[in-house]
Write a protein that binds this ligand. Structure first.
Ligand code: CDP
Length: 783
């Protein structure tokens, strides 16, 4: 019988990431590491124009180059009914252009060659006759009466408007504003940005002409969903499609959509009978794939004299680009912008949104956020700060006065969301204490007397993650429920197969810890696999911080299923009734006789060697989880900056981030996620923006022009935590991956505005480059 068990490194342990061994040894397996016999290479010709009629594409000179196997044009794709494809939000998108190009960088033709360099060289030999058309780059231009019609091929589409969406109670909100003592407003823009993963997108399509088996290795955050989409788009039988996403070098939402390159490579492999590899270069990734944000927002807040918030109005225009390609986590067009009332007890709110086509690449991916939560959170946290100053209150006091109180949860917001849990005061108090808020305000006043501009910025965000409950959340009608399959082998080692695709978040470690917690098998004895649609349960993929609330929950549920059977086996081994057996930390003991015990390993062996009559052999199972609600992580961030009024430069002095993501499975991984998110938030606030000129030329096409923060610029982060478990999640965890990206940009901008408010500066749109800050100071001083 078993000896005293060693400590099980389940939930709450900072277990070192199992996956890092292969990464730091250079043994990761990315798409470009895949080499198949007879493999050909594809390169894509992209449009230099943002909007232009395509008169002709002549590939004959390219075709004549030695090593070129085929030149693929829109016309050829059209012959196979593949020139257009459906998008995840039910729009259509050109695979290869047949009529006109609609954004710079759009796919015009492709070359298949024996060598990737020959394929690239051949692109220069393709002769294309373009006829430039008028260009639209902003929602305002798109809405103008004389704007060129971008989607003229769509039946019934007479303008560039895509959707109108509303949420909340307009009448109640109008009434609140009519009775308000004070109304504060803010116009702001969340710039177009790019997830910019280290690994660009790509695929290797391998269609066996003899069997019809299609194996497609691709950089996808959602392999199972993509399998179904491919079956629907290409008409291939779904059982013959296998999507494999090996190690993914960062996704951040960029690897959710189906890009034309995947479809062209697959069609080419089908037609040529060879595997075809396509790997984007950096510029292609930056100009043509999954942008985010580009939201123009107007917000108004109604207030009582004493600082009580009574109403919120927000309207926004979304720049969706030439095709509405992003997936929606709910049936509602701007997804989770419902959360725009944030952490505040707002009795009335009304939000409207309008989406527009423009001559930019498709946007709207869930870049480290749950589908517009980032923009919503930014809007409310900027508005709250300005409102506090307008009524002469300290922004921390103003927030505390209006927070949803701990005992109000579950709380139904004015836009109809049910927040599951929260303790906003606690997170705020801890952040204020850690940053030394009261003392800082004194130092700020003293510094100001000496002519130094210190700013203190706060943001108290509420995130909404874990899409989602089957009633409201689907993509193309497929419900957003995810699965986990667990097998415990005879020797007590286990194999967990999950539907989420890891792209750096450490799922191979944290999900093993969930099994460890439930069954008492050490995490290093549990192999976790993902990303192969032939070998993992169905699920809708990894994005928007949904893995832990959905797949993490399914992992706990399947472990509990196995624990039930294991208890029966233990009772059989211990020769007692099942009711008398208790499981804790991998040991099954007899109630009242704790020395009588067997381990999970003994039980696993018995499942294959010594099970009672009438019981099925084996210890394995699968569970799908349908979350009853989303989870609502939250936090308060405090940022201290010093601004140099002469140059507009601002330096971050302190960043204190208090996060609450419920129960932390692996505190070290959670901290890493928060560091990543804070860095991205800082990047957006300080320097990141994809710019376009008037002709729709994308200026941020490389990392010299599109500025990502490196370790050099990134400030030091001081972290804190509160723990408010999600009441409905099996282990009380809430997602965390994106929270810091959602919460932090407003804290950085608020800090700079805090420093400049006395000079008359009310807002600066991100990114706050020193030039823009300097200009804002000059404008404010000029009156
Ligand atoms: O959806 P995604 O995986 O990007 O994000 P997430 O579910 O928020 O989690 C990111 C990483 O942090 C995963 O490895 C989670 O298992 C881990 N995590 C944790 O250890 N404890 C939590 N309460 C939340 C996330």
């Amino acid at each position: 019988m078993a000896a005293e068990a060693e400590e099980i490194r389940g939930i709450g342990h900072s277990v070192r990431r199992k996956e890092d061994d292969r990464f730091i040894r250079g043994a990761g397996n990315y798409i470009d590491d895949i080499h198949l016999p007879g493999m050909l290479h594809m390169a894509i010709l992209r449009s230099p124009f943002a909007h232009a009629k395509l008169n002709s594409v002549d590939g004959s000179r390219a075709q004549a180059l030695e090593g070129v196997i085929a030149v693929v044009t829109g016309e050829l794709m059209a012959q196979h009914n593949l020139a257009w494809m459906p998008t995840l939000s039910g729009d259509t998108e050109a695979v290869l252009v047949t009529d006109k190009v609609r954004f710079q960088g759009q796919e015009v033709a492709a070359v298949i060659a024996t060598d990737p360099y020959i394929a690239k060289d051949a692109l220069e030999l393709i002769d294309v006759d373009y006829e430039p058309l008028g260009v639209v780059i902003s929602p305002q231009q798109a809405a103008a009466a004389d704007a060129p019609l971008i989607r003229d091929e769509k039946e019934g589409q007479t303008d560039n408007h895509i959707y109108h969406w509303e949420s909340g109670d307009k009448e109640a909100t109008d009434a609140a504003f009519a009775q308000a003592d004070k109304v504060v407003s803010l116009d702001t823009w969340y710039p177009r940005s790019h997830p910019a993963p280290l690994e660009t997108c790509g695929c290797v399509a391998d269609i066996n002409p003899a069997t019809g088996q299609a194996t497609i290795y691709m950089t996808s955050q959602a392999p199972q969903l993509i399998r179904t989409v491919f079956a629907l788009v290409a008409g291939l039988p779904e059982e013959k499609i296998r999507i494999v996403s090996p190690d993914i070098g960062g996704g951040f939402g960029n690897k959710v959509p189906v890009y034309p390159g995947y479809v062209i490579a697959t069609a080419a492999s089908l037609l040529l009978g060879h595997p075809v590899k396509w790997i984007e270069d950096r510029t292609e990734n930056l100009i043509s794939t999954g942008f985010a944000r580009d939201f123009w927002m107007h917000g108004e807040m109604a207030l009582k004299e004493d600082g009580t918030m009574t109403g919120l109005r927000v309207s926004l225009d979304a720049n969706e680009g030439a095709f509405h390609a992003d997936a929606q986590p709910s049936k509602l067009k701007v997804g989770l912008f419902h959360v725009v009332s944030g952490s505040y007890d707002l009795p009335a709110a009304h939000v409207t949104a309008d989406g527009y086509y423009t001559n930019k690449a498709p946007g709207g991916v869930a870049y480290r956020c749950s589908f517009r939560v980032t923009e919503a959170s930014f809007m409310i946290e900027r508005l709250v700060q300005n409102a506090a100053y307008e009524i002469g209150m300290d922004p921390a006091e103003f927030r505390k006065k209006n927070f949803i109180e701990k005992d109000q949860f579950p709380y139904t917001s004015a836009t109809g969301l049910t927040y599951d849990s929260g303790d906003y005061q606690a997170a705020m108090d801890l952040a204020l204490e850690k940053v030394g808020y009261a003392q800082l305000r004194k130092e700020q006043a003293e510094a100001r007397e000496q002519g130094r501009l210190i700013g203190i910025g706060l943001a108290s965000f509420t995130e909404i993650v874990g899409a989602g409950p089957h009633k409201d959340y689907d993509i193309l009608g497929i419900k957003m429920n995810d699965g986990a399959e667990l097998r415990v082998h005879p020797t007590g080692k286990a194999h967990l197969k999950i539907s989420s695709q890891t792209q750096g978040q450490g799922h191979e470690t944290t999900f093993a810890q969930i099994v460890a917690e439930e069954l008492g098998i050490q995490p290093e004895d549990i192999k976790v696999t993902h990303g192969d649609s032939d070998d993992t349960p169905y699920g809708l993929g990894t994005y928007a911080s949904r893995s832990t609330p959905t797949v993490g929950a399914a992992t706990a549920m399947v472990s509990r299923k196995l624990a039930d059977k294991a208890r029966k086996l233990a009772a059989h081994l211990l020769e007692v009734s099942e009711e008398d057996v208790e499981l804790a930390k991998g040991r099954f003991t007899v109630k009242g006789a704790p020395d009588k015990a067997v381990t999970i390993q003994d039980v696993a062996f018995a499942a294959y060697t010594n099970f009672p009559d009438g019981m099925e052999a084996g210890l394995e199972g699968v569970a799908y989880y349908d979350p009853p609600n989303l989870t609502y992580p939250f936090g308060t961030y405090a940022v201290v900056v010093e601004v140099d009024a002469d140059t507009g430069q601002w330096k971050v002095e302190r960043v204190v981030a208090v996060d609450d993501c419920g129960v932390r499975i692996n505190p070290m991984i959670v901290e890493g996620q928060i560091h990543g998110g804070l860095t991205e938030g800082f990047g957006i606030a300080a320097m990141e923006q994809i710019t376009f000129d008037e002709e729709g030329n994308c200026i941020g096409a490389n990392f010299l022009d599109y500025l990502l923060p490196t370790a050099w610029e990134t400030p030091k982060f001081e972290l804190g935590e509160t723990v408010t478990p999600s009441p409905h999640h099996p282990i009380g965890a809430k997602g965390v991956g994106e929270s810091a990206t959602v919460g932090s940009p407003a804290a950085f901008v608020n800090a700079v505005i805090d420093a400049l408010w006395p000079l008359g500066v009310r807002n600066i749109d991100m990114p706050l480059t020193s030039g823009k800050v300097w200009e804002a100071i000059q404008n404010a001083q000029a009156g």
